[in-house]
Design a binder for this molecule. Structure first.
Ligand SMILES: [Zn+2]
Length: 172
């Protein structure tokens, strides 16, 4: 990661890749979690490995992202730079689809206030376990290292929607 340019973990859509279960499992070489996720998504483990939105290796889950394509065509680093983002059907649909995306508009605002590098540092804290500092995803109810509940500040804030989503995923 260079000081210039956009950090690899600041995704085009406004998400922090460090809060994604696919990214975290890849970085830890946690094949067990990747295998579970591969089953959920009906794909192979190899397809899910990800080093972040702006890296050379993006999971198939994000690999065909229309937002990345659109932003690049318009010459934007992220959807946050686009004047049309509040009415963009692609982004509105994306945000509504899953509870890990609740904060993206807040994040666009925060990035414009403090800059993307400071924002990434804030996100590192936001997704870390408050007890032991271990990075957890937006879907980890309990810390994957020490078991602390909730696993991070993001989960604490959106607990109800996250629980609901995990339940639906299990039943679906
Ligand atoms: Zn912990």
């Amino acid at each position: 990661m260079s000081d210039k340019g956009t950090p690899v973990l600041a995704a085009v859509c406004g998400l922090y890749c460090g809060g994604c279960a696919l990214y975290i499992a890849t970085q830890r070489n946690d094949i067990k979690t990747l295998a579970q996720l591969a089953e959920t998504y009906g794909t192979a483990v190899e397809n899910l490995k990800c080093d972040g939105c702006r890296s050379g290796r993006v999971s198939s889950y994000c690999g065909d992202c229309g937002l990345i394509k659109c932003a690049s065509e318009k010459g934007y680093q992220s959807c946050g730079e686009c004047d049309e983002n509040s009415t963009c059907e692609l982004l509105v649909t994306f945000q509504k689809a899953k509870p890990d995306r609740k904060d993206i508009r807040k994040d666009f605002k925060r990035i414009s206030e403090v800059g993307v590098h400071a924002w990434v540092a804030e996100m590192r804290q936001r997704y870390a376990c408050p007890a032991c500092g271990y990075p957890n995803s937006a879907y980890d109810l309990k810390c994957r290292k020490c078991g602390h509940e909730p696993a991070n500040a993001y989960v604490a804030e959106h607990m109800d929607e996250i629980k609901e989503h995990l339940k639906d995923q299990k039943n679906g």
